[in-house]
Design a protein around this ligand. Structure first.
Ligand SMILES: Nc1nc2c(c(=O)[nH]1)N[C@H]1C(S)=C(S)[C@@H](COP(=O)(O)O)O[C@H]1N2
Ligand SMILES: [Mo]
Length: 523
């Protein structure tokens, strides 16, 4: 392709800019329409959701290890970068051979449109935002390149003064059109996300909810359960600090008046429950420590809250599970599933269909209006948020979201402990110091915590009172800190007197093990 010819052809840079600007306009329009129509049809959410679902276990692990609970933002930024690169290439292809870029955008839009129909909760028109995005991007690309042709007709090297003067205004015109398309696209995307955040109907409903008084209140917090050590994790985790892990790129907003729970499968009696019916039942309050199986040793994917809800045991008693059943497959509005041992939902533990968290209706990100909370099990096998369906079944007949991706079918929480004070890498003043943290294995009493300094003997820490066997417990140990670098380790002791294992294991497939270790400098 000549750059010297009379043939008017856009340079690679101009073509790439055209592709990117066209993609921004198309994608922005797609996001805006999706926000107004059905948030789950957002082209970005469709691509991201599909990627999350097909991502292998190592990819999920790596994402959480690198980005923590910002893994979703990282994914969206990644998708954005790839799409923009693709758009630049589409622009260049279009300039070299007419309609190649148009086809790329059209195929992309149609492809994501088809994909959107396969996503959980898809509606008849879920394809519309993506197809619109692709079509608008294609049209914009043609338009921008047509404008560019006039401005790029004269390439560097053959510019004489006359043509340069004639070209400058048309180049400016091209840049104005490209920048304008990009800016409008970004504005539409921002507007869409604002509209979504402010799709306040359900937010207002949530704020107006007055939780019923529990028929049975949470166990009182014993005196001395909360140690007064600055920097120590609070005994009850405030909702805003509670870790969030799920596969939902867009937090579902379920209107309680539309919410239904169906209990079915291997049962004598199917049960259906509405929000109003649930609220009218005798609810109980219980304090439970929840942990994610992906929590690394020493990590923050663990929290302790007061939950208000109805015992799932009572609901299952109404449904009368078949004696051969051994699992309950719970499903959420966004298609996530968890497989919980039936026994954990029918024994005497407080497995809840929860509606309240620390005295508030569940926050949207934590499962509003209804989620499951099961003491003693990692979240991926038990803590389904936005839950709408309980199917009584068997482990040899049903598989849940994460078991299909290589994680263990059963996920009891392992014995763990963490040093919160001092933080790893901290500088500590020499003299009297304190080492403190938390230890947990819900369903099991923690009977001790031991601390090791610089590989020396294990020393008993002071253990605070526990709220219950289902909650974490705080601990502390006075420490005479000598100048220099020190390595501190901790391990918990369970009800049978067994010490937490020092053998390191990665989170996959059933939870990390090993001792938490921090290195500090005393001076
Ligand atoms: N609908 C839905 N529920 C879900 C998940 C999910 O991806 N989708 N993740 C589970 C996992 S892996 C964990 S650890 C807990 C986390 O609950 P939290 O975000 O309220 O802390 O939710 C569980 N419930
Ligand atoms: Mo999890």
């Amino acid at each position: 392709m000549t750059r010297h010819g009379r043939e008017a052809v856009a340079s690679n840079a101009t073509a790439a800019v055209s592709g990117v600007a066209a993609a921004l306009l198309g994608a922005g329009a797609g996001e805006l329409v999706a926000a107004l129509m059905a948030p789950s049809s957002s082209p970005f959410a469709v691509i991201g959701g599909a990627l999350i679902d097909i991502a292998p276990t190592w990819a999920k692990d790596t994402a959480i290890a690198w980005f923590g609970t910002a893994d979703k933002q990282a994914l969206l930024i990644g998708i954005g970068i790839v799409l923009l690169a693709l758009a630049a290439l589409a622009g260049i292809a279009e300039a070299r051979r007419g309609y190649t870029g148009v086809v790329v955008f059209a195929v992309l839009g149609a492809g994501v449109g088809i994909l959107s129909l396969t996503r959980p909760g898809a509606g008849l028109l879920s394809w519309l935002p993506s197809v619109l995005a692709g079509a608008l991007a294609a049209l914009t690309l043609r338009t921008l390149l047509n404008i560019a042709k006039t401005s790029d007709a004269v390439a560097p090297g053959i510019v004489d003064d006359d043509t340069a003067a004639a070209t400058a205004p048309s180049r400016r015109r091209f840049l104005a059109w490209a920048a304008g398309s990009a800016a409008i696209g970004v504005a539409m995307a921002v507007g869409g996300s604002l509209a979504r955040a402010g799709s306040t109907a359900v937010t207002i409903v949530r704020e107006a909810i007055r939780l019923p008084r529990p028929a049975q209140s949470a166990p009182a917090i014993p005196a001395g359960a909360a140690l007064d050590v600055p920097g120590l994790t609070p005994l009850i985790t405030p909702n805003r600090d509670f870790y969030r892990i799920d596969t939902a790129l867009i937090v579902p907003t379920v209107d309680p008046s539309q919410w239904r729970l169906r209990v079915h499968g291997m049962v004598a009696e199917e049960v259906e429950l509405t929000w109003d019916e649930l609220l009218a039942l005798p609810l109980i309050e219980t304090t439970v420590t929840l942990s994610c199986v992906s929590n690394p040793v020493g990590g923050g994917l663990v929290g302790n809250a007061v939950w208000l809800g109805y015992p799932i045991r009572e609901l299952l008693a109404r449904a009368q599970p078949d004696p051969d059943a051994d699992m309950v497959l719970s499903t959420s509005v966004d298609g996530f599933t968890a497989g919980t041992p039936l026994e954990a939902l029918t024994d005497d533990r407080d497995a809840l269909l929860a509606i309240g968290m620390n005295g508030e209706p569940l926050p949207f990100a934590h499962g509003f209006p209804v989620r499951m909370v099961v003491p003693g099990l990692y979240g991926y096998v038990s803590a389904t948020k936005w839950v709408t369906d309980l199917e009584v079944t068997r482990f040899d007949q049903a598989r849940a979201y994460w078991t299909d991706r290589g994680w263990s079918a059963r996920g009891p929480i392992k014995l763990q402990s963490r040093i919160d004070v001092p933080r790893s890498g901290a500088r500590v003043a020499a003299g009297d110091a304190v080492i403190a943290g938390v230890a947990w294995q819900p369903r099991t009493a923690i009977t001790g915590v031991e601390v090791q300094v610089d590989g020396g003997p294990w020393q008993r820490a002071e253990l605070a009172s526990a709220i219950s066997d289902d909650t974490w417990v705080q601990w502390r140990m006075p420490w005479r800190a000598d100048p220099g670098e020190h390595v501190l380790r901790c391990r918990a002791i369970d009800a049978d007197g067994n010490a937490q294992t020092g053998a390191s294991a990665a989170p996959a497939p059933d939870g990390a093990t090993g001792w938490h270790e921090v290195t500090v400098t005393v001076d």
